[in-house]
Design a protein around this ligand. Structure first.
Ligand SMILES: C[S@@+](CC[C@H](N)C(=O)[O-])C[C@H]1O[C@@H](n2cnc3c(N)ncnc32)[C@H](O)[C@@H]1O
Length: 356
């Protein structure tokens, strides 16, 4: 594992503030450190890294960890798994060097990357000129290259749910969060994330095939405000999503699972609604649509048992209704079959007295 160990007691977000993105030219590699994501205690930082070699881009994350003994280790994040090519090693070394420059007392100890560090030594006077050249070159290059999929960070694996959820860390900003449960092929998710870049969208999908489809589409679109969980929404709402932290929850066209023996698969249960109530912020909304009228009626009845939820909106529209465009793949499919659509939104008033 390529890594750089810096001996220092100071490591904080200030060293990154107003400094990123950084672009380096290392031999014939172009390295860019883009954005940094911190954990809640500022003990681990993930640095979004891009290298371009012969016009080919590669995205991955470098990880900076501060240990209790004062050591700061700069290494490669294991996700996504990538080959440790000289370019990757140089990027890690470059980041170590860059961090060291901001922490003058840091000392680089036992590193197998020392040889790459020498490449970075460059007289200060020449640096700003070189920097300008690089930026021009970089801008020209990225216009020509196609970004590959953003990388595994956009999909959260099961093990990540063992750690507490911090939206700021996950998205790298403090924007409000909306959740879509069961995005399927993701038409609503992708369109909405593009329309509202100031909102973070967290999608929970349990079917692997759809998660893979979503990733392919994300690779093409590169939406920075989307994260996907390959997981059971009921579980995440029960165990993982923080209380009072979500601006809206969207559920569109869930499978009805009519038969009694299939009831265990039903998404909209009393337990889920209880958890929606807790996880939504005061005045947060729950938006629901289906093509199955009986299901809709059942959900309306269930929601009446939750007095903190006030129905803000209800509409039924015909398959030909041009005023309501199709929001998802399932909606298109159902309208082509001639089915009506039933939709309602509820506002959550729980916690209103605390926040107002
Ligand atoms: C009928 S599809 C609708 C997809 C999409 N919303 C649309 O309108 O095109 C229902 C989706 O919900 C997902 N789903 C069902 N139960 C789920 C659960 N407990 N957690 C996460 N996803 C779930 C399914 O995998 C499927 O993608």
């Amino acid at each position: 594992m390529p890594h750089v160990i810096l001996k220092t007691s100071d490591f904080s977000r200030e060293i990154f503030l107003n400094n990123l993105p950084v672009v380096y030219r290392l031999e014939n590699y172009l390295v860019k450190f883009n954005t940094v994501f911190f954990d809640a205690k500022y003990e681990t930082a993930l640095v979004e890294t891009l290298i371009i070699h012969n016009g080919r881009p590669q995205n991955f994350y470098c990880r900076i960890t501060r240990h209790d003994n004062g050591k700061v280790v700069v290494g490669l994040d294991p996700l996504p798994k990538i080959e440790r090519s000289p370019g990757v090693q140089m990027a890690v070394a470059g980041l170590g060097f860059w961090v060291k420059n901001r922490l003058p007392e840091a000392e680089i100890t036992q590193t197998n990357l020392r040889r790459y560090l020498q490449v970075l030594e460059c007289p200060r006077e020449e640096q700003s000129e070189k920097f300008r050249e690089l930026l021009t070159y970089y801008r020209k290059t990225v216009q020509r290259v196609q970004y590959r999929a953003i990388g595994a960070r956009q999909v959260l694996a099961e093990s990540e749910f063992l750690q507490p959820c911090h939206w700021d860390y996950l998205f790298g900003n403090k924007n409000p969060v909306e959740i879509e449960i069961g995005p399927g092929k993701g038409r609503f998710l992708l369109a909405e994330a593009e329309k509202r870049p100031e909102v973070n969208f967290f999608a929970i999908e349990w079917t692997g095939r759809y998660v893979r489809d979503l990733l392919t589409r994300l690779g093409r679109k590169r939406s920075p405000n989307i994260r996907i969980a390959h997981a059971d929404a009921a579980h995440l709402f029960r165990e993982w999503i923080p209380e009072n932290s979500v601006q809206a929850v969207h559920i569109y066209f869930p499978d009805p699972w009519w038969k009694r023996r299939q009831a265990k698969y039903r998404l909209l249960t009393t337990e889920l609604i209880q958890n929606l109530e807790k996880r939504l912020q005061a005045r947060g909304t729950f938006c629901f649509a289906t093509d199955i009228q009986d299901y809709f009626t059942r959900v309306l009845e269930m929601m009446k048992n939750f007095p903190n939820f006030e129905k803000a909106f209800e509409r039924h529209y015909s398959p030909e209704d041009a005023e309501n465009p199709n929001r998802s793949n399932f909606e298109t499919k159902m309208r082509l079959k001639g089915r009506w659509i039933f939709e309602a939104h509820w506002v959550n008033w729980l916690g209103e007295s605390i926040t107002s």
